[in-house]
Design a protein around this ligand. Structure first.
Ligand code: SF4
Ligand code: SF4
Length: 382
């Protein structure tokens, strides 16, 4: 999909090594010089004046938002576990209300409910919170590309922490060769296609029957059970992904996540994009080096790729003022703090809307949970 990110290309980069050093004579703007690698040779073409970008705190803001959503998900997970234990023990443990946010982890049920709403115009009676969250993440992808992946998703954050930790330990990360990278990136679209096809072929009545079946009612509990009773195969796959994530950037997100693939396709229609201004660019290639998606930012005018997660690492790294920005439409610049504010506001708006519509909580009689949750492991697809 990297090629899909190509837009009009700027003229071929000027020759020279990747290192830029800036000078500053009083009263003059900064100037760049290129070094020829480690040979210490001086520039082979005239130094280029540039104004140094003022330091911004976008990555700090992003890390705070990421950490907040990790904590939120841990809190949701802990409360959901206690809720499940209450019903598993026949009411012997402390009762904690079910956190509806757990349905953010049920993307297939949310996709089913989305089709149900589109076909019938009716709000679903169960797992509607997941539907509102899915719509919020789709809207976010349209407005801000795949910002969900790099700002909110706990799996994306964990992936980022892993490769950053691996880089500290091993001193580098590994980029797969293009012949392996491109087909592997296609895997997530295949997985997404299978899920979308499976949902699309259900009628609205079939979807309702599935989600209202015993299996559908406790599909959240079954997800918890998958991790609580992880088999050898599951442990090997997850362990392998964790190990690979130490040396390859965002393995899960980049190659396997069908949710990210869906959001990426929506992001192709987004009016927001990273835009490079060749006149201000000094061709240092720092943006491309910083991009965790491996996009050739330094050779594009606009990054339109479905792989771009609006992490703004490229913008933060760029030394030249006005060379690289997240813009909406042709030129309207979007600051990093505004992205953080917007992703949080979209999630809060979705929760508020769901509450207002009376659909945030799935309300089933206690007797149903007392009967189904203790035997959730035995329930199979209807
Ligand atoms: S570094 Fe820039 S181009 Fe790469 S994913 Fe982040 S925002 Fe997109
Ligand atoms: S956009 Fe910025 S980081 Fe990228 S090559 Fe140009 S000056 Fe360097």
């Amino acid at each position: 999909m990297q090629a899909a990110g190509s837009s009009a290309r700027s003229p071929a980069p000027r020759p020279g090594g990747p290192d830029i050093v800036e000078r500053h004579d009083p009263g003059l703007p900064f100037q760049s010089e290129r070094r020829m690698g480690s040979t210490g040779l001086r520039p082979v073409y005239p130094a280029r004046a540039f104004t140094r970008r003022r330091g911004d705190r976008t990555q700090l803001v992003r890390q705070v938002v990421q950490a907040a959503f990790v904590v939120l998900n841990l809190w949701i997970g802990a409360r959901f576990y206690l809720w499940v234990r209450y019903y598993e023990t026949g009411g012997a443990t402390v009762f904690v209300p079910r956190p509806p946010g757990v349905e953010g982890w049920l993307p297939i049920a949310a996709l089913m409910n989305l089709k149900y709403v589109l076909v019938t115009g009716l709000l679903p009676p169960v797992h509607a919170a997941g539907l509102f969250l899915l719509v919020a993440f789709l809207a976010m992808s349209f407005l801000l590309r795949k910002a969900f992946c790099s700002w909110l998703c706990p799996i994306g954050t964990l992936s980022e922490w892993l490769w950053q930790g691996g880089r500290e330990i091993f001193g580098r990360t590994v980029a797969l060769p293009r012949w392996a990278d491109v087909p592997l990136r296609g895997l997530k679209y295949i997985l997404m296609g299978l899920f979308v096809y499976a949902v699309a072929r259900f009628s609205a009545a079939d979807l309702r029957a599935f989600l209202d079946s015993p299996y559908g009612l406790v599909t959240d509990v079954k997800m918890l059970d998958f991790f609580r009773h992880l088999g050898r195969t599951g442990a090997l796959v997850i362990g392998g992904l964790l190990v690979a994530s130490l040396s390859i950037k965002n393995v899960w997100c980049r190659y396997l996540c069908p949710y990210g693939a869906l959001l990426g396709l929506v992001s192709l229609a987004s009016p927001a994009r990273i835009r490079r201004t060749p006149d201000a660019c000094i061709d240092c290639a720092k943006c491309a080096k910083a991009c965790p998606a491996g996009l050739p930012v330094d050779r594009l005018i606009a990054v339109r790729s479905a792989e771009c997660t609006a992490c703004l690492a490229c913008v933060t790294t760029c030394p030249a003022a006005g060379a690289l920005d997240l813009v909406v439409g042709q030129r309207r610049r979007v600051p990093g703090w505004a992205v953080g504010l917007a992703v949080c506001a979209i999630v809060l708006a979705a929760v508020g809307l769901a509450r207002w519509a009376g659909a945030w909580h799935t309300r089933l009689p206690d007797a149903v949970y007392f009967e189904l949750i203790p035997r959730a492991n035995e329930l199979t697809h209807p």
